[in-house]
Design a binder for this molecule. Structure first.
Ligand SMILES: CC(C)(COP(=O)(O)OP(=O)(O)OC[C@H]1O[C@@H](n2cnc3c(N)ncnc32)[C@H](O)[C@@H]1OP(=O)(O)O)[C@@H](O)C(=O)NCCC(=O)NCCS
Length: 183
């Protein structure tokens, strides 16, 4: 792996990941830009979350993001609603303080490649809060297009509802944009 590209891989969740999950969802810098805001996230909730993330019997898949040099996973990606006539949705959270170093884009690229190659998806989409410029830049670099905006979709305690954008990508667009990330 080249020096300017972090060595990122995905692996299935394990029960021992609960402490990392607990850390991510209690990191204010990581969760501030998520679509929905939780009141709190206990270790018990993190244990339940990690157990559910290990369960591959349904339509969702979650992947722990491993970065060379870090003992525990730094975040996760997810594909929600696989195996349907409707396209799956991508989710991503870099929960540790390694954001802005290329980890998120590479992890998302690996996850979208799985959606197309392993799970037979015909498209992948995402809902992104309109204010989340980093998340939008991340997918734009992977060939995604802004397809529309749900006005005032996200209720906010501290103010008026926020807009939420719909972004999506088709296989050829992704392959062209992400070729160098998937080598
Ligand atoms: C969104 C997220 C997954 C992106 O991962 P990341 O590792 O931080 O991003 P990368 O380093 O791969 O960078 C991707 C793009 O964002 C840009 N970017 C990253 N951090 C930035 C920052 N703080 N300010 C401006 N641009 C930034 C990069 O420059 C790059 O764009 P470019 O190549 O077009 O210049 C990650 O920031 C995250 O988990 N954020 C919190 C949770 C979240 O918002 N999830 C998405 C919910 S819809």
């Amino acid at each position: 792996m080249s020096a300017d590209r972090p060595a990122v891989s995905l692996r299935p969740f394990e029960e021992d990941d609960a402490s990392a999950v607990h850390r991510w969802f209690n990191n204010p810098a990581a969760i501030a830009s998520l679509m929905e805001q939780r009141e709190g996230f206990s270790l018990e909730e993190a244990e339940g979350w990690a157990r559910r993330a290990m369960d591959n019997s349904g339509e969702d898949r979650k992947f722990a993001i491993v970065v060379e040099g870090y003992e525990e996973p730094v975040g996760f990606t997810a594909l929600y609603g696989l195996f349907r006539q409707t396209a799956p949705e991508l989710g991503a959270l870099i929960g540790d303080d390694v954001r802005g170093k290329g980890v998120g884009r590479r992890a998302e690229a690996l996850t979208i490649a799985k959606a197309f190659d392993e799970y037979g998806a015909h498209r992948v989409y995402g809902r992104i809060p309109a204010r989340n410029e980093v998340a939008k830049k991340t997918v734009a670099g992977l060939g995604w297009k802004h397809e529309g905006t749900m006005r005032a979709h996200l209720a906010r305690k501290q103010g008026p509802p926020d807009d939420c954008e719909i972004w999506g990508v088709l296989p050829d667009e992704f392959r062209a944009a992400a070729a160098d990330l998937l080598e």
